[in-house]
Design a protein around this ligand. Structure first.
Ligand code: ZN
Ligand code: ZN
Length: 573
């Protein structure tokens, strides 16, 4: 056969399925001695690349690269990127620069996906130098890379420079804000996009809705994007409905999440997981388990997140045996991660089975992390197991010396057990190590605006009325039998001062404000950056009863639905 025939046959080898015929052809070419021919080598290089055999392709590429142009270099780089060879792709990119081949916009948009191996800042500097930053493909690739770095500000700067912004660039900008949880930023880009006459697509909606899952977003914004997606005919798209389910579940609107979820026939794994963890966080353990069993019955694929969700549901609902069963089920499929072990420690700790929790830790194939020791310490605090608590705190402090929870929980524990000397010791240690407790904030939404309160906050214009209202409720809950649990105050001050400090915790100020500013009977939604303390929990239960209001508090661990004097967590949190 002649060289041209071989080349024509090589051209037909364009995918992995033809790799065997390609190797056969390669052998034949070797036998005929045509392999030393430049055209044959180039054809072999291209075919190996198309068949995803990158290392073989690279061998030929190195022999012929003196005659290769930017297109061929870029194809090699992209080939490695698509086949999991990011480091080799970056090496080729550097070699290309050293050999004086000028990258083009395709090269840049490809190599930027190799972050973090390639430095986004360095590539960006080069892009600016060669004047490619206005090219939509390069700009969008830079934007994506900055998004992955959670650098929304850099992303915005890149976005503004892009000359012709297509829908991909607009969507990427919305996604950049979603990534950092800046719903207002995402909404602004969305509005701007409409003004410039660009129609959003399902990815724009999906990103915008994802942004609304952030605790700093108002409830109404997520709903607006939902109805807007219906108007644009995208509510049926699977990425939009997945975002809706996740957003509603994270925001505490589990009913809307479930409505969207039920309306879908093509639910993906993310939606299923969102429903399970959503129900788990709300304390609807049985419902989470129901969804999990529906997945089992349907024989659907599950991942780590599914199991973390269902075991967490069992932990919050005190269903120890079920949690154990699901853990065993998971171990059959995959080896458990740190997160799974921490779920089990949580399951046992919450149920007061501290010895079992410690057994899990001792039986783990790797050393427990700070989160696991923190969970065990919290369990010891609730059970007043001082000895194990001290041990857990020591481990926690050795792993994370600045963790205020280690000291706070220990101090609570000693105070609740009446061990004042030990409690003082913890406080002294905290002072010596200069550990600061993270400032607690609460947010409440009134008339589509969010208001932030910190403990003892006087910055609100209605501050005087808020404190008066708080005093009034305080008197009423005391009549209903409330006694402040001052063990939640760390500072060494007079008892009366402790009571005052507790009474000014941020969530109480937020609730007092909401009671003043919203009509009777309306549900109050609070978000918190820390865990709600035990004293506030008892206090809010009583307010929900005497004010006849449903109060939902979303803290870092879960949702608490307070109604008629009880909480959905069943005091399990
Ligand atoms: Zn509190
Ligand atoms: Zn609760």
């Amino acid at each position: 056969m002649t060289e041209s025939v071989y080349i024509a046959m090589l051209r037909r080898c364009t995918s992995l399925t033809e790799l065997a015929s390609l190797r056969q052809l390669h052998c034949n070419i070797l036998k005929t001695g045509l392999d030393s021919d430049l055209r044959s080598r180039i054809s072999l290089m291209v075919s190996y690349r198309k068949c995803s055999e990158m290392d073989s392709a690279l061998n030929f590429f190195n022999e012929v690269r003196h005659v290769q142009d930017v297109i061929s270099w870029t194809a090699m780089i992209s080939g490695y990127l698509q086949n999991g060879g990011r480091e080799k792709a970056v090496n080729l990119f550097c070699l290309m620069n050293r050999e004086g081949i000028r990258p083009n916009h395709f090269t840049y948009s490809a190599i930027l996906t190799a972050h973090p191996i390639v430095s986004v800042f360095q590539v960006h500097a080069q892009v600016i130098r060669l004047n490619y930053e206005k090219a939509p493909a390069v700009g969008t690739a830079l934007l994506d890379a900055y998004t992955k770095l959670r650098a929304a500000y850099e992303a915005k700067k890149v976005f503004e420079v892009i000359e012709v912004k297509d829908i991909v660039a607009w969507s990427a900008m919305v996604a950049a804000f979603a990534q950092v949880g800046d719903a207002d930023g995402a909404a602004k880009v969305f509005v701007q996009m409409g003004k410039e006459g660009v129609r959003p697509n399902e990815f724009t909606f999906s990103s915008a809705i994802n942004a609304c899952a952030s605790p700093s977003a108002t409830n109404v914004l997520g709903k607006q994007f939902h109805s807007s997606s219906i108007k644009h005919g995208y509510s049926d798209s699977s990425c939009v409905s997945t975002s809706l389910v996740t957003m509603y579940a994270k925001r505490g609107n589990i009913e809307s999440a479930s409505e969207v979820f039920i309306s879908r026939t093509d639910r993906d794994l993310v939606s299923w997981n969102s429903m399970i963890s959503g129900y788990a966080r709300h304390g609807y353990g049985e419902k989470a388990i129901e969804v999990f069993h529906e997945m089992l019955d349907k024989g659907l694929q599950m991942d780590n997140i599914t199991f973390i969700g269902v075991i967490t549901a069992c932990a919050h609902a005190g269903l120890v045996e079920k949690g154990e069963r699901y853990f065993e089920m998971m171990v059959e499929k995959a080896s458990p991660t740190m997160e799974h072990y921490s779920c089990m420690v949580n399951l046992y700790s919450r149920a007061g089975m501290l010895d079992k929790a410690l057994n899990v830790i001792n039986g783990m194939p790797f050393a427990a992390d700070a989160t696991i020791w923190r969970i065990l310490l919290a369990g010891c605090r609730n059970q007043l197991n001082l000895e194990m608590g001290k041990f857990a705190a020591k481990k926690l402090i050795s792993l994370d010396p600045g963790d205020s929870a280690a000291y706070v929980l220990q101090s609570n524990m000693y105070a609740a057990a009446g061990k004042w000397e030990e409690k003082d010791g913890v406080r002294k240690m905290m002072d010596e190590k200069k550990v600061k407790k993270e400032a607690g904030y609460s947010w409440v939404e009134v008339n589509h605006r969010r208001y932030r309160f910190m403990a003892g906050d006087h910055s609100h214009p209605l501050s005087n009325s808020i404190y008066l209202k708080l005093e009034e409720i305080c008197d009423r809950v005391k009549e209903a039998g409330y006694v402040a649990d001052t063990s939640f105050v760390l500072h060494d001050v007079e008892l009366q001062t402790k009571e005052v400090m507790l009474s000014q915790h941020s969530e109480r100020l937020a609730i007092a404000f909401a009671l003043l500013a919203t009509p009777a009977g309306m549900c109050i939604q609070i978000a918190k950056n820390l865990r709600v303390c035990g004293d506030c929990h008892a206090f809010i239960k009583l307010i929900s009863d005497i004010e006849n209001r449903e109060i939902v508090v979303r803290d870092t661990v879960r949702f608490h639905h307070f109604k008629d004097g009880v909480c959905s967590c069943g005091d399990y949190w």
